[in-house]
Design a protein around this ligand. Sequence first.
Ligand code: ADP
Length: 462
Amino acid sequence: MSKIKVTNPATGELIEEISMQSNAEIELAIKNGHQAFQKWSKLDAHERSRLIQAWSAKVQENKEELAKLMTLENGKPLNEARGEIDYSTAYLDWYAEEAKRVYGRTIPANTNSKRIIVTREPIGLVAAITPWNFPTAMMARKAAPALAAGCTFIVKPASETPLSGMKFIDYAYEVGIPKDVIQYVMGEGKVVGEIFTKSERIRKITFTGSTAVGKQLIANSSENIQHVTMELGGHAPLIVTEDADIELAVQQTVAAKFRNAGQTCVCANRIIVHESVVDEFTEKFASEVKKLEVGNGLKEGIDIGPIINEKGYNKIVEQIEDAIAKGAEALVGNQFQVDKEKGCFFVYPTVLKNVTTEMTIMHEETFGPVAPIVSYKTLEEAVELANSTPYGLAAYFFTNDYRVGHYLHDHLQFGIIGWNDGGPSAAHAPFGGMKESGLGREGGIEGIEPYLETKYLSIGGL
Ligand code: ADP
């Protein structure tokens, strides 16, 4: 049986070897999840809510242990891992409450004698595929509304970081959520993806990852008309206007750019600054970035951990080299610490100035700690530049002029917008993208919708 080697990206050390499941084992998990739906969907919502709450409390009780495991396999600084655990349980808490609010409605009929009643039902067995950059949060965001709605759930975690996600689910078992209600399976993404989309028992596919894989899953899900939720790539613009509070913009841009070493789909990827403040912003931003500490996330005081793997590292380096070859200047960074044999790749936070739209970094997601700065003259130009991407996940802007703020809010084609806010994501808000960034929303009252079917009953009268 083939195994997945889970290693620490900061040191190259082997953490654990885990077995991949055979296709037959994955099929059996699907069968069990499908069967378990009969019982779980009939459990009353208040009981499901209590179980999800208990799960959240159990995760919190074990926060340190789980955060440490996450840093070991993912590399993110320990404080960020702790933050991710809180963010994950926020989804459990929110949907434990929403479980009790799956309301129906009555519709006035066209004759007095008729009654029309609308009810909401759980969709069935849900299959999820999750990425390595947020090993527990991306699971929580999907599993919490699924279980709250009355669906059963099966997830394939990313092969780079399966351990913290598996442990996160183990805590659900400890509080009494039945094993077949929430399961994890390990296997190669492509293989498991095909098993999921070919299965008539699975009614919904929910995925967070690259746009390329998302497109494949959408195409394959047509075979059984499975519902899909897709949280895909991003290429976030961050606009700093002439009247912005520069100190605030600098501080929030550091957060929006360098969280998780720049490896998030909402990380600012294009920093678009008004020509009248670009020098001031660039200088202050570069001096803050210089202070960021790079290293093993388990050590106190580290801000930037390793890049997850060689593929990710190569992409970042290619984008920096391309920009410099085309005239960009690296004010900070453009330094690397690499041990290919061990599989350790560190990229020092890099600030690029004199960036132009000819450079690859202005068109492709970087997924790394590189901040390219371009300047603009008119607001229309800034909006055009910001929207000139197939992606539409997150955008940020900094202005203290409410008219400019409303203009940007109206014109930016992105699902999540931070106005003077570099961290807009929250369990109680509908996270998701437009255009090639995805389909559907996760979080907030919207986030439970994709796990529900609508049924209406028309009752004839006398
Ligand atoms: P990333 O570049 O962030 O790793 P991917 O889209 O490649 O993004 O991976 C996200 C998740 O999708 C992981 O769990 C991965 O194993 C899985 N995956 C990769 N390729 C496929 C595929 N062809 N079908 C289904 N899942 C896949």
